[in-house]
Design a protein around this ligand. Structure first.
Ligand code: 48H
Length: 249
């Protein structure tokens, strides 16, 4: 029995990894914006592969605000919450509150069931380029990165790459540092209203083949942070998907 368990794990994992060596869209990071982006692309039958550094998915959601596992949403995203099956209650004015664990569970379920393949424990450490275009990423095991072992990575090819790595905007910073095609301005302090408003405008293709979404989009364009409110992240993920869909189709 042990032998079959081992064979089942290795065989099924390697098949999926091989199937994702070339994909339509690579999303770096399985936080709220990355998951939403993947969900809306996969709904359109676009092949999506997410690489997530950590053991868990959900990015900054499980921690809620100061480890109180509640997150806030604006009324503009209630239709998305309904579509994903997330329950919420009205708090005050335009602000609604949801349980962060339920939010991650429902969103992850919908994203995976829509056909998105998530590989956790992989870190995106570089990009693949051809001429003036980003056309893939270079990945390695997070454990290799953390232990500073000298182990060479592998490359994954795609039509589009989405930087959904959050505050650190890691993929765009790699392109800035190595190629100088773009300039990452860096995130500004807290101003929730302005930060949320800027997110949609900031969600865009910043150089051929690379789209920024979620907190990475605000970090890229030097906009404000907003605290534990997630409406902008959801809308940004959706907008990134619409943008890529219109280019791919
Ligand atoms: C693979 C990577 C890499 C890498 C990072 O931080 P996230 O939740 O990102 P968003 O933009 O979807 O959501 C932001 C939100 O969670 C938040 O932080 C808010 C609202 N802050 C406001 C405030 O004022 O503080 O998720 C990013 C994910 C994480 O899971 C990382 O582990 C992962 O990306 N990641 N995965 N390769 N190089 N870098």
């Amino acid at each position: 029995m042990e032998k079959i368990i081992t064979q089942a794990i290795i065989d099924s994992y390697l098949k999926e990894l091989l199937d994702n060596v070339e994909t339509d869209v690579i999303i770096c990071g399985a936080g709220p914006s990355g998951l939403l982006c993947g969900y809306y692309l996969a709904k359109e039958k676009i092949k999506v592969t997410i690489f997530e550094r950590h053991l868990k998915v959900g990015g900054g959601m499980p921690g809620g605000g100061i480890m109180f596992n509640k997150i806030a949403f604006q009324k503009e995203v209630l239709s998305i919450l309904d579509e994903i099956g997330i329950s919420y209650t009205h708090y005050k004015d335009d602000i609604y509150v949801a349980d962060s664990i339920e939010t991650i569970s429902c969103l992850t379920y919908k994203t995976v069931k829509s056909g998105v393949k998530i590989f956790n424990l992989f870190s995106v450490e570089d990009v693949v380029v051809r001429e003036n275009r980003v056309c893939g990423v270079v990945i390695n095991w997070t454990a290799v990165q953390q232990s500073s072992l000298h182990v060479d990575p592998i490359a994954i090819i795609s039509k589009y790459v989405v930087d959904a790595t959050g505050h650190d905007c890691e993929v765009a910073k790699i392109v800035e540092k190595k190629l100088g095609w773009i300039k990452v301005k860096g995130e500004q302090p807290m101003w929730a209203q302005r930060g949320e408003e800027a997110l949609l405008e900031n969600t865009k293709e910043v150089c051929p083949g690379l789209v920024v979404c979620g907190m990475a989009a605000n970090a890229f364009f030097g906009s404000y942070r907003m605290g534990a409110i997630f409406g902008g992240m959801f809308l940004s993920g959706k907008k990134a998907a619409e943008l890529i869909k219109s280019k791919i189709k």
